[in-house]
Write a protein that binds this ligand. Sequence first.
Ligand code: MEV
Length: 431
Amino acid sequence: MGDSRLPGFYKLSREERVRAVAAFSGLSDDEVRMLLGGYGLTPEEADRMSENVIGLLQLPLGVATNFLINGRDYLVPMAIEEPSVIAAASNAARVARVKGGFRASADRSLTLGQIQVVGVPDPHAAVQRVLEHREELLRIANDTNPTLLRVGGGAVDLSGRVIDTERGRMLIIELLVDTKDAMGANTVNTMVEEIAPIVEELAGGRVRLRILSNLATHRMARAWAVFDAEAAGGRDVVEGILDAHAFAAADPYRCATHNKGVMNGVVAVALATGNDTRALEAGAHTYASLGGRCRPLTRWELNSAGDLVGSVEMPMAVGTLGGATSSHPVARLSLRILGVRTAQELASVMAAVALAQNFAALRALVKEGIQRGHMKLHARNLAVMAGATPDILDEVVRRLSELKRVTYDDAVRIVGEVRSSAARAGGSDKS
Ligand code: MEV
């Protein structure tokens, strides 16, 4: 692996960027062609993935540079429509490099499946009746996926709980499955559906739901990094980030936005690699609220040298095999660019990106505010919305960028002005 710093990457043409990524990740000519041509999922492939398909929705795919995680360099593919997110992650990773980059780790891919049993007259005894058959139930679950068993995964534990609900007592039987490099939803859902009739008979009630839980607390990823105070922007910025963290820890309205910034990074990598973004969002936000109030997913502290230390710990149910990670050509390509070998490695990288994204957002918020970084691309989007054609687009964006604040009305006005002066110049050329 090369050096992920790639100085001046953002200034290169798109083709030069693709060539640089290809050299870093050893991409094939076909893969380079796919990126250059903007090819990806075909409508036929899309038709096999979902229902009532009529077209495709495309998103920008970029790479975040500078990531040094556990001593290894990564270029991180991110699919996202929001400006500044990829640049912000790259900048934060550059600051983290000063003190050695990120340390990150992730748990085994242990996924929980739940079976809900209602109408059990003696639910506590029923738990025992079911658990007496633990080995048999694990074997039946594992018989549904011999391949997983062969690669060292499979159902590893069975447990039971009684919960009080608005509809009375219920028995919840939980199956824990090591899904290895798969996200695992299909695997686990198949297993709980398979053992549910036996559970129902043993428990003596009625099985209702059989489904995995997205609160993936058995599958946590974590990362931490030291952000050099000077490189972070100096003492006041460091204090500002600590204040921002305290604000999020004390106030749910700020906490939601703080964690949204964290998820900007997580979801962009998840989308690029074909992972289930909704599962990640559900897991992260529920985890953040487990104590009955929203907690920031990241933490910020000072070390004895006065540098800023950031850490994050959050559920990260992701895979590198199966589902769209295997069937979507761009997701496969993103995984090649990233060069991760396992789901655990992907989860670790995503934890580092989560932390980088939060650092970048907080630093921007305590310094110049978030709008400046957004402005250039925002101006370009507004210009296009206001009818700027390619021949006048650059000039419209240049003039919009000179304004302190840019609105749609400004864009309409400037498009009109640039168009009239272009027409006048065209007219005087002719005369
Ligand atoms: C915008 O997408 C994300 C931020 O609002 C996150 C934050 O406020 O921490 C900038």
